[in-house]
Ligand binder design. Sequence first.
Ligand code: FEO
Ligand code: CA
Ligand code: CA
Ligand code: CA
Length: 598
Amino acid sequence: PGHGGPAPKGLDFTAVAPNREDRIVTPEGYQQSVVIRWGDPVLPGAPAFDFDNQTAAGQAKQFGYNNDFCGLVPFGHDRWLMGSNHEYTTESFMFKGYSAANPTDEQIRVGWAAHGFSVVVVERDRRTGKLLPRVDRRYNRRITVRTEFEVTGPAAGSALLKSAADSTGRTVFGTFGNCAGGVTPWGTILSGEENFNGYFANGDKITDPVVKARTSRYGLPSGASTRKWERLDPRFDLAKDPNEFNRFGWVVEIDPQDPDAKPVKHTALGRFKHEGATIQVARDGRVVCYMGDDERFDYIYKFVSRGRFQPGSSRRAREENKKLLHEGTLYVARFTGDSPAAEVDGTGKLPADGQFDGTGEWIPLASGSTSFVEGFTAEEVYVFTRLAADKAGATKMDRPEDIEPNPVTGRVYAALTNNSDRGKAGKEGATEVNPRVGNRNGHVLEWEEARGDHTATTFTWRLLLVCGDPATADTYFGGYDKSQVSPISCPDNVAFDKHGNLWIATDGNALGSNDGLFAVPTEGPRRGQVKQFLTVPVGAETCGPVIQDDFVLVSVQHPGELDGASADNPLAHWPDGGTAQPRPAVAQVWKPGRDIGC
Ligand code: FEO
Ligand code: CA
Ligand code: CA
Ligand code: CA
């Protein structure tokens, strides 16, 4: 009241205050439950989790480590196929007495099995409302660093993708660094391979200058790798096999409804540090995939398919739709501000027109076997996409993370998580679309494609949020009264509820409190009123999230990861409590008998 009337639909809850607690804190009246955690059984025959005696064979049948993206594919009444990414491992929290310089062979193999992806059948218990995992013999799956993937699209079979592990350039073993993702309208799950470079060793020993330059643009790994995988598998040693590196950094697609379907890597979507991938069906039936490249000063991309979406849930339609990401046009975004450059001074102060806003265009990079970038073949555009986008003059962004279209309005939202390097010596300074130097708290960008057509090549944009402490002058909350909003820092994952409210998960709260999940109306008199829905336990990052009508799932990634903490000195104990080691997990929050936010 006094600030735009009654709460918008789905946002009628009291905001959670910032805190440093070792638990999930929700608004009053909400219940919570752990759906599944690291080490819980996924496949039949999985051993019970035993922190002190984890084995690679056991881990390959258990839920992996550091679950990030979470997606639900409907699978009957109150039943879903849940897909979870296992982005990376933190061995010092997984093994007591872990030596980073000298991991044991078994520890390395546990790490391989703890990466990748899980498919788990989950069912809602009618009596308690809790989502319960089932050890389903037919549908549950574990995908690890060893699982076979088929390469699709215009760069499949390219010489650039042939390695000692695979002379065809059409088969890759494993996926890792999987960050955000998306559930497709045809019921599969997309997952982005993000920080793949850190798994490789000895990039400094590459002798060919062209190969070295191409590798360097993705972060040249020097010397031994963090996890020392190269000791047991030479494909992670760039001195021995520089091409294996090119086989990661893709969007992968997994069909949880067909456990016999080989997972795929889509070359048509380009190769970069893929944060995630979200699909929008355009008016003419072509599908559009929005993607961010999560690195300081990297880019926002979209892909427009050549083929058209087949509606319906038949197996035949799904098989046709699974080919949509094989061929189309890959674009990168260029943003132009509409205020004079002198008015964008790097402090976050609004320009005279009262908005960080402007216009933009999608620059085509390649379509099928045609390259639009001078000096690049189409294969080179797909495999070295960052270099092609550099050449094309794309706009350098503040770490583009998750991107998703609003199902109610059609406008598209991107989380720009932060960029401490903006404005540093030798680096680009403030631009209207990335308006703060030393950006610690990030911002949220909104755009609408021309004529509301997702295949359009021009758009208009504005910043919805310039995040941080609302008490400071460098923040902006859609023009809403800043005394009535929750502080928010480092937006990472985005999602929508059925009302069109934007939900934002954070990673790395630079304001000193725990990360959390926030909701904000994108329309109406309360546009910009950010409210914190929950906080995750101390040391954790909030991922997922899944916003259903009557429950929310969050991935609680790296709980208890605090300065000075390790398996030898756990400083936090969620979810098992007592003196237990912290464990990454998927958690459910709901209000009995009510929809979320009602
Ligand atoms: Fe894995 Fe960009 O966060
Ligand atoms: Ca402006
Ligand atoms: Ca992320
Ligand atoms: Ca993150």
